[in-house]
Design a protein around this ligand. Structure first.
Ligand code: MRU
Length: 351
């Protein structure tokens, strides 16, 4: 299992996911700005991992300031500007915004006279706790995901997944890929079909890299092969992650997820989301309120660094789409499975 984020108390290292699988290169970040740029450029990506990186960035910055004498009062303006900068990086995944709010809350209760060293210690503990909880949550999601197999006794499942939801997208183990890992560990997995996930190829490059490293059986398919695979009855279930889940269960995830859900519905296949409670945004009533990030044209105009469209071809490149709750069979969380995902059942799991 990989780790994509390392923090030693002064430098944040991010495994450059743009270079995988060809090269494992670690990018050293020394300040919030370099982490913000790394998030924007997808050095680090995946909803929980983005939030973890932002948390360590704020802790790192506080630790750097603590080298000089001073108090929280000296740094409140800088801190607010850093939170603002990080909040401008990627708009869709809610995990980032929850973590930023948690840092704000932590500082709000401190006296302005709190020494910089104490602030740095508190923020470092907070960042580490967020990271550790992310990891524990992924293991719990994986464990609950085994119930999906218990409902189909004796069957080894063939699962179709989209994007990368594994160790690289989280503190480790993963969400949808965590469920897949657990099924494999229990001998209940026959095959993982990995959507290549155009245009950024998180499936072909990252999910395949993780599965290959662990000897989990998989095949990469081009995104447009998914419906055919379902028609041939070669898939038992679709499992994907989430970037933001509204109070009614509508789920934003990597572009192409909605199309898969429509196809799964047509073919009578379970369509499952695996996500931590930190990916729920119960402040919004439906997916209509989710802001969908649009990314640069070159992600589509170029492939492997080569121009594949006419120069300057007009491009529409949404990074995510929203799957209506009605198309989702179940959401696997660290507290159990929400099935079907309705406003009432989602409220209940937050208990
Ligand atoms: O643009 P990305 O690569 O950050 O998008 C990632 C996804 O859509 C994942 O499916 C989602 O963040 C869940 S990761 C556990």
């Amino acid at each position: 299992m990989f780790t994509a984020i390392k923090y030693d108390g002064s430098v944040l290292q991010l495994l450059d996911q743009r270079r995988l699988p060809e090269a494992e290169i670690w990018l050293k970040c020394h300040d919030v700005e370099s982490v913000a740029v790394a998030i924007e450029n997808m050095v680090v990506r995946g909803a929980p991992a983005i939030a973890d990186a932002a948390a360590f960035a704020l802790a790192m910055s506080a630790s750097e300031r603590a080298r000089l004498p001073g108090t929280l009062a000296d740094d409140l303006g800088v801190f607010e500007a850093e939170v603002e900068r990080l909040s401008m990086t990627r708009p869709t995944a809610v995990n980032l915004f929850k973590v930023l709010e948690e840092f704000r809350r932590t500082l709000r209760v401190l006296a302005p006279s709190t020494l910089r060293v104490q602030v740095a210690r508190l923020l470092t503990e907070l960042a580490q706790r967020i990271f550790d909880e992310d990891l524990a949550t992924c293991y719990a999601i994986g464990k609950h995901g085994l119930d999906l197999a218990r409902e189909a006794p004796g069957v080894t499942l063939r699962i179709l997944t989209h994007c990368n939801t594994g160790s690289l997208a989280t503190a480790g183990y993963g969400t949808a890929l965590g469920v897949i890992r657990s099924l494999h560990a229990c001998g209940r997995l026959a095959m993982v079909y990995v959507d290549e996930t155009r245009p950024y190829l998180q499936g072909a490059r990252l999910t395949a890299y993780e599965l290959q490293a662990e000897g989990i059986p998989y095949q990469v398919i081009c995104d447009s092969a998914a419906a055919y695979l379902m028609q041939c009855r070669s898939v038992d279930m679709v499992i994907v992650g989430a970037d933001r889940i509204a109070a009614n269960g509508d789920t934003a995830n990597k572009i192409g997820t909605y199309g898969l859900a429509v196809q799964a519905h047509y073919h009578g296949l379970p369509f499952v989301v695996a996500a931590p409670l930190s990916s729920f945004d119960v402040a919004i009533s439906s997916g209509a309120e989710i802001r969908i990030e649009e990314r640069g044209a070159d992600e589509l105009r170029l492939s492997g660094g080569k121009q594949v469209t006419p120069l300057d071809a007009p491009v529409f490149n949404p990074a995510f789409d929203v799957t209506p709750a009605a198309l989702i069979s179940a959401i696997v969380t660290e507290r159990g499975i929400v099935r079907p995902p309705t406003t009432e059942k989602i409220a209940a799991i937050f208990g």
